[in-house]
Design a protein around this ligand. Structure first.
Ligand SMILES: Cc1cc2nc3c(=O)[nH]c(=O)nc-3n(C[C@H](O)[C@H](O)[C@H](O)COP(=O)(O)O)c2cc1C
Length: 371
């Protein structure tokens, strides 16, 4: 006779804060671990396929509270590479809907990072070196905040004019509407790593003299317009995150003080729920003094404390104890895990075991839960 799988139950209230649920608007994640967005360069015409189902599905099974889909273009030319995912048509919506339904069925909250790669668009996959593609190789002419290229050897983008900005702003709103149809519960805007939004924010890359340049307010205008457009299509009960490069790691670039100021404005809007605090990427001239475990956590901590908005910490967070300390000491509200979760999709389950938290395992895998 077949036996119905049963779950062991524990007094969950004694779990460390990392493994207690957290709510943003109407959405509750089962814990405070999020899988960070990670490009897979494996979509066809922006449509996620079997690779994405297993990549995202395995990490949802692996116990994360939130699983965030990679940087996804709102237009074809907004993708980093021809293999990046997109959200500009209904085929993409249908493919994501299937993946999201699965992720939700195993208890994870599906999130998506909406992005425009700007002057770093039209590039090769990371395992092919990430260099720019020529049109003959299937690349395209990128657009940018200015006509300044990212670096030597990269094409000079076409600087966005007023009409071009308006088209992009609309594309983010349309993508938000599709994200809703596809069943996503969180949208994150990609404002980091030298992609289009970041190149507007940073004084290193934004030398515009019009209303989208100048002081931090002017440079933040593009992001604010994107947020307005997304919120017009994204229900008030669903959360909206923003990933920022909190510092540029270059003299004269964005500082944590600038980012705190920007986050105060984001907080004051009342419609942004969390800042995912990353850094760098705007120029190859950047120098990161020390790549030590948790090196970006101080940014999450500073933004949280000084701007009064929830934050996510990311970057070289590799052990359960490290993640639990960040959350337990209220340095951030979420911990985003990227490479450690590529190496082990069950990283959250392993982290729970490491710190002695009692959590549900997928019933199919329960016999491996030997705690
Ligand atoms: C394969 C891979 C793809 C990535 N793609 C994205 C992306 O799509 N969007 C993004 O904001 N960051 C991306 N990142 C950066 C991660 O989200 C994360 O910020 C970074 O890897 C640091 O976290 P970690 O030390 O846990 O890996 C990517 C990282 C990796 C390893």
């Amino acid at each position: 006779m077949s036996q119905k799988p049963t779950r062991r139950t524990f007094p969950r209230e004694r779990n460390p804060r990392l493994f207690q649920p957290i709510s943003f608007r109407s959405v509750t994640a089962r814990n405070r671990l999020a899988i960070a967005p990670m490009c897979q360069y494996s979509a066809v015409e922006g449509v996620p396929g079997d690779w994405h189902m297993q990549h995202l599905g395995a990490r949802a099974v692996g116990g994360a509270g939130i699983v965030c889909v990679e940087a996804t273009g709102t237009t074809p030319e907004g993708r980093i590479s021809p293999g990046c995912t997109g959200l500009w048509n209904d085929t993409q919506v249908a493919a994501f809907a299937r993946i999201n339904a699965f992720m939700e069925s195993v208890g994870a909250v599906p999130a998506i990072q909406l992005s425009h790669a700007g002057r770093k668009a039209s590039a090769r996959a990371s395992w092919l070196g990430g260099a720019p593609l020529t049109p003959a190789e299937g690349g395209w002419h990128p657009i940018g905040a200015t006509a300044e290229p990212f670096a030597e050897g990269w094409p000079a983008p076409q600087a966005l004019d007023r009409a071009g900005i308006a088209r992009l702003v609309d594309s983010f709103g349309a993508a938000a509407a599709r994200a809703l149809k596809a069943g996503f519960k969180i949208i994150e805007l990609h404002g980091a790593h030298g992609y289009l939004i970041h190149t507007f924010l940073s004084p290193i890359s934004n030398t515009r003299s019009d209303a989208w340049g100048g002081d931090l307010k002017g440079r933040a205008r593009f992001l604010m317009e994107l947020l307005d457009s997304v919120r017009a299509h994204w229900p008030a009960e669903l959360p909206l995150f923003v990933r920022l490069s909190c510092v540029d790691w270059i003299a004269g670039g964005l500082t944590i003080a600038d980012s705190v100021e920007l986050c105060r404005w984001l907080k004051a809007r009342g419609d942004v729920d969390l800042i995912d605090c990353s850094s760098g990427g705007v120029s190859p001239r950047q120098v990161i003094p020390s790549l030590h475990p948790g090196y970006q956590v101080p940014f999450a901590e500073a933004v949280r404390r000084e701007a009064g908005i929830a934050t996510g910490a990311v970057g070289l967070i590799q052990t359960g104890h490290q993640a639990a300390d960040i959350i337990g000491n209220e340095r951030a509200d979420l911990v985003f895990i990227a490479r450690a979760a590529l190496a082990n999709p069950n990283w959250p389950l392993a982290a729970a075991r490491e710190i002695g938290a009692d959590i549900d395992w997928p019933v199919q895998y329960e016999r491996a839960n030997l705690t």
